[in-house]
Design a protein around this ligand. Sequence first.
Ligand SMILES: [Fe+2]
Ligand SMILES: [Fe+2]
Length: 383
Amino acid sequence: MTAMWNMRAAAWVMLVMATTANAEEFAMVTGPYMNYPTQTSMVLRWETNQPGTTEYAVGIAAEKLEWQTGAPDATFHEAVLEDLEPGSFYFYKVRSTSPDGVTIESDTLTFQTAVTEDTPFSFAIFGDTQDSPEVVAKQAEHAYSQRPNFTVVVGDLVSNGEDKSHWVEHFFGNMQPLNQRVPLVPVLGNHERDSHFYYDYFSLPDPEYYYRLPYGNLELFIVDSERPLLRGSEQYKWLDEALGDSKATWKIVCLHRPAFSSDENDYGDTTMIRPAGGDFEMRFATELYEKHNVDLVWSGHIHSYERTHPINNGKPFIGKGVVYMITGGGGGHLEKAGPWRMPFTAKVYTGHHYCTVTIHGPKLRIEAYDLDGNLFDLYEMSK
Ligand SMILES: [Fe+2]
Ligand SMILES: [Fe+2]
């Protein structure tokens, strides 16, 4: 009797499991979002929970979108749009149909192609969104309210890059108001763990852990601070060549770990020992920044905000130098500065925040905002 009951119970459980699996509705689980904006191209991305078709429509009026078809059965969907007009405004939609005929379709959304060299533009930048979905949602809402041309997230987008739910539920789910209309420029941090999900979710020039992105009269150089950046390393050589080869008016390097930081305890407990002042492994590349006239280096990793004075040869310098920024207040647990003021420090701030960088020809302006919308730092540079 008991054995018979157990068999019936097991069969019932299997039936329920099968029904539940079949009942999972075909759905878009991430996106749509965009990568790698150029003057004439854009990459649309989205993900479905089951394989489906890749279809997308783009046009200059919401009522005149032309559908095109890509892969027949993808879960990570990608559409590379080409032959677009520079600095121009577009409408788009994406949709997918499952093998059993269920179709899901996005709203009609918008994007802008990269501007030409003589056009002003602005981008949003923050880091370490990690594991506070409610803060990330606020970041996305605040940053989008400034209508940036693109968004840079300087690493630690998620707390565990190997956990898919962190990408789907923590990052993409809450960044969507921003990501669906503003292209995302990602940077690898230590928490991504160089996971395949980073490479699955983003479409960037090979090898993807480093790449360059020209935009207007700016060029961004993205580096992975988890890979070696010592003299002679692959990334050091690439950065030397890429920076030397760039004709951009403004050069900005983005990498997760900061060369200079007054953080309390990431580089030794400053309540017990004298401060190291940042990550020494990141210091080797500072000679490249100085050699090639890099204007700004943006990092995260420290969950606070810091702006240095212009630095030359490791020291604060009056006149020309490289300014190092930390914007790590995107959602992770907050950190604060140690008890001393470092000679290189121009501004430190503890709290969740985001920044904007606005470039107009030879002028660049950094604004840093808390999540109540208060401006807490402002810095201008000119050529
Ligand atoms: Fe972090
Ligand atoms: Fe980090």
